[in-house]
Design a protein around this ligand. Structure first.
Ligand code: HEM
Ligand SMILES: *[C@@H]1O[C@H](CO)[C@@H](O)[C@H](O)[C@H]1NC(C)=O
Ligand SMILES: *[C@@H]1O[C@H](CO)[C@@H](O)[C@H](O)[C@H]1NC(C)=O
Length: 328
């Protein structure tokens, strides 16, 4: 009697211990949310406060950090390859790739976070994990969902200009091409449609939406006319002029982007492909009327995207400076 009650108490303890572990540590592939719990306990608060400062100074930076994570993960996996600077004559990185050059922002913010983290726990935290955390914090600071970020990625010693040019989708893509580009990374069409909801924040340059507002027929004519006002038909000085991707609430992370799609009032040709009589129409309508569904699918897809081919264990390195490979 005594023995069996002790045993069952013990089972109960084990069960409780297990449930506790499951709830505090989530494991995704080789990444875990508690990776730095003992080696750098202040990590998440340092990242959050640095991102908060950057977003307070420039709200768009929240959006830029979300995009930086996407452009890292789609090229060689989430390995901070996008952060490596060109070294004239000896190293070509990804910063000058067509989708990145004069467009991707946030490198300085990542470098500031890295410096603050190194000052607190040196040589432990990868730049790739800082990019993943900064994307989450950017989302939250603009009003979007939060989630526990799986960690444990390491940094690459290489980068690929050619993969950055081939694997990041162009705004001229059609739906089939978009689904293929995400499928190549192990992401579903649903993941793609949810992740594209990041276009609820941030801006695009005229050169990237000119063709859509002047030449496409699946655009609300009043919207096209309004946007033509800030983006001349002829290439030239207006090429870089910025317009919010979501006309309703371009600095708030909400589901308004999907309502824009249904109204055919978006900037990018590739965005309107998600609602143009094809396979994603019904999901776009659902997200447009159900913020909770969008948020939950967005979080799942961000975690999935963050799991694209990470370097783990002893692969790669922990860079001391995110812009350069360690010299030793
Ligand atoms: C589906 C394929 C996608 C295409 C073709 C695409 C294309 C683009 C383009 C052309 C811009 C404007 C860049 C500029 O004009 O400088 C942009 C901005 C942006 N993209 Fe995407 N994107 C895609 C998916 C994603 C995903 C998956 C995310 C993140 C989860 C994302 C996040 C963003 C954000 C936040 C911005 C605004 C950045 C800022 O204001 O700094 N995009 N995207
Ligand atoms: C790291 O940051 C935490 C929280 O700000 C602080 O308590 C701790 O003393 C710092 N450790 C070092 C080594 O700077
Ligand atoms: C629109 O299409 C015409 C005809 O194909 C082309 O000449 C022109 O460059 C296009 N304009 C834009 C802004 O894409």
């Amino acid at each position: 009697m005594m023995a069996s009650s002790t045993t069952s108490t013990c089972h109960c303890c084990l069960l409780i211990a297990c449930l506790f572990l499951l709830s505090s540590t989530l494991v995704y592939g080789q990444l875990t949310t508690s990776f730095y719990a003992t080696s750098c306990p202040a990590l998440e608060s340092i990242v959050k406060s640095t991102v908060a400062q950057a977003v307070a100074a420039d709200q768009r930076m929240g959006a830029s950090l979300i995009r930086l994570f996407f452009h890292d993960c789609f090229v060689q996996g989430c390995d901070a390859s996008i952060l490596l600077d060109d070294l004239p004559g000896s190293f070509v990185g990804e910063k000058t790739a067509f989708p990145n050059v004069d467009s991707v922002r946030g490198y300085d913010v990542i470098n500031s976070i890295k410096a603050a983290v190194e000052a607190n726990c040196s040589g432990v935290v990868s730049c790739a994990d800082i990019v993943a955390l900064a994307a989450r914090d950017g989302t939250v600071l603009l009003g979007g969902p939060s989630w526990a970020v799986p960690l444990g990625r390491r940094d690459s010693t290489t980068a690929s200009l050619s993969l950055a040019n081939s694997d990041l989708p162009s705004p001229a893509s059609d739906l089939k091409t978009l689904i293929k580009a995400f499928g190549n990374k192990g992401l579903s069409a649903r993941d793609m449609t949810a992740l594209s909801g990041a276009h609820t924040v941030g801006s695009a340059q005229c050169k990237n939406f000119r063709a859509h507002i002047y030449n496409d027929t699946n655009v609300d004519p009043a919207f096209a006319a309004m946007r033509q006002g800030g983006c001349s038909f002829t290439a030239g000085s207006a090429d870089g002029s910025l317009t919010p991707l979501d006309e309703r609430s371009g600095l708030v992370f909400d589901n308004a982007y999907y309502a824009d799609l249904v109204a055919r009032r978006v900037l990018l040709h590739s965005d309107q492909e998600l609602f143009n009589g094809g396979s994603q129409d019904s999901l776009v309508r659902k997200y447009s009327s159900n913020t909770a569904l969008f948020f939950s699918d967005f979080v799942d897809a961000m975690i999935k995207m963050g799991n694209i081919s990470p370097l783990t264990g002893t692969a790669g390195q922990i860079r001391a400076n995110c812009g350069v490979v360690n010299s030793t």
